[in-house]
Write a protein that binds this ligand. Structure first.
Ligand SMILES: *Cc1c(COP(=O)(O)O)cnc(C)c1O
Length: 363
């Protein structure tokens, strides 16, 4: 019997999603699994080992220390570091991580480092800003950046890539089509300048689902592997399931208030459940505004402010006793459903899940 909070990570569902995503692209198209932020709040090591056993082509992490964790766990697959910082050059080369080149500040410093260490042909990925206006070289900077790369003769450009700004948003279709065109033009300019033809890639999960013309040589899949797309493609299965138990049940009289700042006032005698999860576990304080969990197949509304370690639910009319199971999200009441109640997205719910919650791997 469940006695505590558990985040289940279903590797069978992960495998299923991996196969689903692969079946949506051409057989020759490579798949890069995005495992940043502890594999979207799950377990970066177990998830990456599973994906490596399924012959994933590439991994992507945001920062170098995430890549170091993978190498220390014995992962051999190539790893792209999306937003490497200038303090991590040693970590990058010592662990055979492949950095994005995305700014002159990063590029110049990295070239100096390679020179100093006498390292040649280091594998790197050239990042183009095609309209998201986040990291990457803009159109007018590309010529100069490529000149620097060519002149130093220390860098091997493995791929040229960019990131879509609104691939999940059908109302932004015109913008996205234009963004793909911009990337195609700029990437071919870069390709023509370097000796061996680099791979091109642009799509994230919703790009894969909504823009097949954006496949190029590889796709980068994050949230889809964990079972979500922004409009919940029914062919994917959520990997995360978060459950806990009712810690205590209390009764309050009409007019009493519940929790910090007395933000919830009981308008009738009420039954209140104390749930052992709080904002320190990743249940954001914004859930004080609403949201619900599932208890014995009933929707139990969150009431009062979310505390650091617990939150409270309204148990009026719900048959429940201390020790009963509480589902925060699972395959049917998904993290996306949970998120929607307070205007956020599954990405934020998942990546917020703190290390205090114990993970249980299902395989
Ligand atoms: C996080 C990230 C992805 C993955 O996006 P999903 O929507 O989770 O598939 C892909 N590419 C880049 C550059 C990213 O930062």
């Amino acid at each position: 019997m469940l006695r505590k909070t558990v985040l289940e990570i279903n590797l069978k569902a992960l495998e299923y999603n991996f196969n689903q995503i692969n079946s949506k692209t051409r057989p020759s198209t490579k798949l890069m699994a995005v495992v940043k932020a502890n594999a979207y709040g799950s377990d970066i090591i177990r998830v990456s080992k599973k994906l490596e056993s399924l012959n994933v082509d590439y991994f992507a992490v945001a920062y170098a220390p995430e890549g170091v964790m993978l190498r220390e766990a014995g992962i051999k697959t190539p790893i792209l570091v999306l937003i490497p910082q200038v303090n991590s050059f040693s970590q990058i080369v010592d662990n055979n991580l492949e950095p994005s080149l995305y700014s002159f500040f990063f590029l110049n410093n990295f070239i100096s480092f390679l020179k100093e260490k006498n390292i040649k042909k280091y594998p790197c990925h050239f990042k183009i800003n095609s309209g998201l206006n986040r990291v990457g070289f803009k159109k007018e900077e590309i010529g100069k950046a490529i000149d620097l790369v060519k002149k130093c003769e220390l860098i091997h450009i493995v791929s040229v890539y960019s990131h879509l700004a609104a691939s999940e948003d059908i109302s932004e279709n015109k913008f996205t089509v234009k963004q793909i065109k911009t990337f195609t033009d700029l990437a071919s300019k870069v390709s023509s300048q370097v000796s061996s033809r680099p791979m091109l890639h642009m799509s994230n999960t919703s790009g894969i689902l909504n823009y097949p013309e954006c496949e190029f040589d590889m796709v980068r899949c994050g949230i889809g592997l964990y079972g979500y797309s922004n409009f919940l493609d029914k062919s994917l299965v959520p990997v995360h399931r978060l459950r806990t138990v009712i810690s205590q049940i209390i009764k309050v009289k009409k007019g009493e208030t519940i929790g910090y700042n007395r933000s919830f006032k009981s308008i009738k005698p009420s039954v209140v459940g104390i749930i052992p999860l709080g904002h320190a576990d990743g249940i954001s304080r914004s859930f004080s505004k609403g949201g619900f969990v599932i208890i014995n197949n009933f929707k139990a509304k969150i009431i009062g402010n979310i505390c650091m370690d617990v939150f409270m639910v309204d148990l009026n009319g719900i048959p429940a006793k201390e020790g009963d199971e509480v589902i925060i999200f699972n395959q049917t009441h998904t993290a996306e459903d949970f998120a929607k109640e307070v205007g956020t997205i599954s990405y934020e719910i998942l990546t917020n899940l703190s290390p205090r919650i114990s993970r249980k791997i299902i395989d």
